[in-house]
Write a protein that binds this ligand. Structure first.
Ligand SMILES: *Cc1c(COP(=O)(O)O)cnc(C)c1O
Length: 231
């Protein structure tokens, strides 16, 4: 018995339905958010067919990535990245979705091992939460994207956002819509970008309808997180 098979199938179906309804079949890729989950839990979801996992903290992720090395999983860092953890992140992850400042770009590029493919990078945008210190401002996006694109050890893939968790879904939808506009604008400058990461368990359907190509889902797959996350 795989405890996650049913939830996994349900989410895949919902993502697929939302993509079709938005006129973009197969557009939505599923990232399973595995913060606070054990390697055994992650292995069980991988056994159901999921191959990409997102972690918030470098220190929490490293032993899990090591424990599951022979599984061939793809690892995404989705939490805020401190500069002093960027070297470890550059070695361990396949994607970093939370790049939001020039200093990180240089450090990630310098530490990405030569034997690995270029590190996939999403730029995190602070789309509507003025109180959050994380994410770059929309007006700084072009310069940051150019900096990533100039690094041969980095591969600019697109944008990521964590809109403020407004109870009013219409306001979240506004943020998703604004992100899609930023993404389309950046694509003119960088035609190779292909990924817009937005939407979580509560709001992935409107996110896909507004143009997400990747949704990040934790609790709807694994069940509610028992304890508050720690770094
Ligand atoms: C925790 C987290 C998610 C997943 O949240 P759920 O509500 O459990 O789906 C997605 N993205 C980021 C950046 C997160 O920290």
């Amino acid at each position: 018995m795989n405890p996650y098979r049913e939830a996994f199938a349900g989410i895949l179906l919902a993502v697929d339905n939302a993509s079709r309804a938005a006129g973009r079949p197969n557009a939505g890729r599923l990232l399973a958010v595995s913060k606070t989950r054990t390697p055994e839990e992650i292995a069980a979801l991988a056994g159901a067919g999921q191959d990409a996992f997102g972690e918030n903290y470098v220190q929490e992720a490293l032993p899990k990535i090591e424990a599951l090395r022979d599984r061939g999983l793809e690892w995404h860092l989705i939490g805020h990245l401190q500069s002093n953890k960027a070297d470890a992140a550059a070695r361990a992850f396949d994607w970093v979705q939370s790049v939001d400042r020039p200093k990180l770009v240089a450090t990630l590029a310098r530490h990405r091992p030569a034997g690995l493919p270029p590190l996939n990078v999403l730029l995190q945008v602070n789309i509507d939460d003025e109180t959050s210190k994380h994410g770059c401002r929309p007006q700084d996006l072009d310069a940051l994207a150019d900096a990533v694109a100039a690094e041969s050890r980095l591969h600019l893939r697109g944008l990521m956002a964590i809109p403020a968790p407004h109870a009013d879904m219409a306001r979240r939808r506004d943020a998703f819509h604004a992100m899609r506009k930023l993404f389309d604008g950046l694509q003119v400058r960088h035609p190779g970008i292909d990924t817009l990461s937005m939407g979580m368990s509560e709001d992935f359907v409107p996110a896909i309808e507004e143009g997400a190509t990747m949704v990040r889902i934790g609790s709807a797959l694994f069940g509610a997180r028992a304890k508050k996350e720690t770094g």
